[in-house]
Design a protein around this ligand. Sequence first.
Ligand SMILES: Cc1ncc(COP(=O)(O)O)c(C=O)c1O
Length: 442
Amino acid sequence: MSNRLNTSPNDLRAFWMPFTANRQFKQNPRMLVGAKDMHYTTSDGRQILDGTAGLWCVNAGHCRPKITEAISQQAGEMDYAPAFQMGHPKAFELANRLVDIAPDGMNHVLFTNSGSESVETALKVALAYHRVKGDGSRTRLIGRERGYHGVNFGGISVGGIVSNRKMFGTLLTGVDHMPHTHLPAQNAFTKGQPEHGGDLATELERIVTLHDASTIAAVIVEPVAGSTGVLIPPKGYLKKLREICTKHGILLIFDEVITGYGRLGSPFATQHYDVMPDMITSAKGLTNGVIPMGAVFVTSEIHDAFMQGPEHMIEFFHGYTYSGNPIASAAALATLDTYKEEGLLTRAAEIAPYWEEQLHSLKDCPHVIDIRNTGLIGAIELDPIAGEPTKRAFSAFLKAYDDGLLIRTTGDIIALSPPLIISRDQIDELFEKLRKVLGGVA
Ligand SMILES: Cc1ncc(COP(=O)(O)O)c(C=O)c1O
């Protein structure tokens, strides 16, 4: 007996799709069947300009030969190696190559399989670090309203997106949240970093006073909050967070799952904003989105604190069957080669002024109440339809897809993050299409 709900080979019901309006999709599916460089091909043979690098991950564009070749070669050479108590050269080579591009002081890497796992890993390192240092009362974790740190329990606990949290019980205990930095009344239509809101970082002082620093392990923030609809850090904000964390012995974690690997015009947002955290979480662009893989960067100070006790003992009881998987490692190495050969980790800095100018030219489009940008990231916030939040942006998403453009929406915000190879002509095309879309939505 089959568990299939229908024997048709194209029945769509078995797959319960992630973060998707399943019923809407299955009535009118949007199927992608091919991809090359800046474009997807749909099942009805249309070309779709990729305005989102897949899901903020395909930074070098699609189906890049070096990466696909590295994967097939590695699959034939050694498909899998145990990750615990055994090694293979490519994982070590990759860790070295990653610390080469990481901010100074980020000397060690733990491998994961996703952004969510990178976040869980970093939070656990933070708790365990204080404990191995004899400071085990530091168990609280501080996140931020509207933050997105993946979908696992640690990540949704420190995260601040209500829909991602409210169905799932009481989450982790001992978590508090700083206020978000979205201040449309003061900052609407700012190009780059907003002027207002830097002082919101001092809210961390209030939280420290409430709980006492001796109970707080770590603060985690996205340098640029992406999934909530692109919130750029106000001027001075990240530096202030760093100062407060340092003053109170609290670890600062930057979740760079979307900002890592060139999105802002530097390898990491840490370098772009010149504020050094104690850990960086990453994933997505690490393998150009091709194979699931994440990496958590930690300082030597953190790593070395664990290297004690008998040498035959495991120092940190954490890891995944696929940590540093050989095929993922090969994909990541080829990705880093491609980034290097084409200067992609810094290309966003060159193209950002043009991107900014074209993005902000949509200011006069119907329903637009804010536009914000940094690096190769843009957001267009729409006035919600009264009583029907998210509907206007979702209509724009559907219309854009029909018109040959992939955008991403969250709430009533359109978020854009194209592959870092996008040309000026393609930027023009993207915004021409979007202008038409915005003119056409109710
Ligand atoms: C900042 C941030 N952290 C974590 C994640 C989760 O990554 P994943 O979906 O690979 O688990 C995301 C995904 O968008 C993200 O933007």
